[in-house]
Design a protein around this ligand. Sequence first.
Ligand SMILES: *[C@@H]1O[C@H](CO)[C@@H](O)[C@H](O)[C@H]1NC(C)=O
Ligand SMILES: *[C@@H]1O[C@H](CO)[C@@H](O)[C@H](O)[C@H]1NC(C)=O
Ligand SMILES: *[C@@H]1O[C@H](CO)[C@@H](O)[C@H](O)[C@H]1NC(C)=O
Ligand SMILES: *[C@@H]1O[C@H](CO)[C@@H](O)[C@H](O)[C@H]1NC(C)=O
Length: 389
Amino acid sequence: MQSRVGSHGTLEEGGKDPIMKLANPARPLQLRLLQFLLLFLGVGIVFSFFSMYMIRYTGGPQNVVAMSEPIILPCVPEPSSLESWVKTPLSLSHKMNDSELFWRASFVPRINTYPFKRVPKIAFMFLTRGPLPMAPLWEKFFNGNEGLYSIYIHSLPLYQPDFPPSSVFFGKQIPSQMVEWGTMSMCDAERRLLANALLDISNEWFVLLSEACIPLYNFSIVYRYISRSRFSFMGVFDEDSPFGRGRYNANMAPEVNITEWRKGSQWFEINRKLAVDIVQDNIYYPKFERFCRPACYVDEHYFPTMLSIQSPQLLANRSLTWVDWSRGGAHPATFGKADITDKFFKRIFDGKTCIYNNQPSTLCFLFARKFAPSALDVLLEHSSEFFGF
Ligand SMILES: *[C@@H]1O[C@H](CO)[C@@H](O)[C@H](O)[C@H]1NC(C)=O
Ligand SMILES: *[C@@H]1O[C@H](CO)[C@@H](O)[C@H](O)[C@H]1NC(C)=O
Ligand SMILES: *[C@@H]1O[C@H](CO)[C@@H](O)[C@H](O)[C@H]1NC(C)=O
Ligand SMILES: *[C@@H]1O[C@H](CO)[C@@H](O)[C@H](O)[C@H]1NC(C)=O
């Protein structure tokens, strides 16, 4: 049969053999089947590529349902830019607790030249109970110096500030916690202020102030004095008295030896390096928390002692904030309306000398405390003659 087909193909066309009749139409059928299979395979391949492509944009099978609805492309994050790391945060609110915040605030660049134009700012950090009665005087002080300062306020958690949106203090409240005078919660609040301020890479100097503080010079003088100083202004004394070394507890050794124990004013100005050192400290903190409790006032000892051990060469060992202890007692004098006279400010400004960048200077204090709310009106009225702003 095979040979007949082979040799007499033409004869066999429409031949009698029923098998042959079937054999002939079988060839186009196989071909069509093959074509069909190839097409099927092709469609399959195209479809699988299409599926893989879709999966990349929809995130896989769990989103398949979404495909029957109008396809909404998920937000593709903007490519990272330096901007997001170096610009001043728009809002001071965040949801980090202290461990998270301090960790984030301790990030330090290891390359010392900034690949962008960085204008160093002074962070003014107000540690308050509630209201800021001297706010109008500070507003006048800050006016016209935008871009050279930042403001942070730590007040008691339940306090609701009522600054109008036009105020420089509007929205400057940081997430705060309870503070008790003379306890570690005070240092916690100061570290919280530093940590929040460190989140802005432009902040280079950090000044701690209270609601009873006022500025004694205009902004340009304050900025120049702080930015040109080779030292940070932390008051540091080794006082051999019941209120100095008398508060030392031997359990603090070996981290803190009695010869290293220091006392100083709580109201400091420090640079960014020292601010990071304070926020990241876990060597001295536990010792002070455990062994410096009233009548050891931890806010008068922790930072002065710690920084004097770690970085004595960076400290001016004096505070920039004038205060009057001459009346004695646990708290310094508070000044009200009746105290504010020319003579009063002469007392602050004149006759004092101090060391500034290793040179004698008569400009020693940039801020003063404590001032009662009643002093505000007269201070505002005479601010240009008293303070030059
Ligand atoms: C902050 O939150 C983390 C994670 O929940 C927790 O481990 C840590 O103890 C918290 N820190 C504080 C100070 O509450
Ligand atoms: C404290 O320091 C002094 C001088 O640096 C040293 O003589 C003394 O042994 C130290 N004391 C302790 C307990 O480490
Ligand atoms: C501050 O005191 C330390 C010693 O605690 C000293 O090393 C440093 O030079 C002093 N600072 C200035 C500006 O004199
Ligand atoms: C700041 O005060 C100084 C001294 O009183 C004065 O020379 C300077 O012009 C004042 N600067 C501004 C911007 O008011």
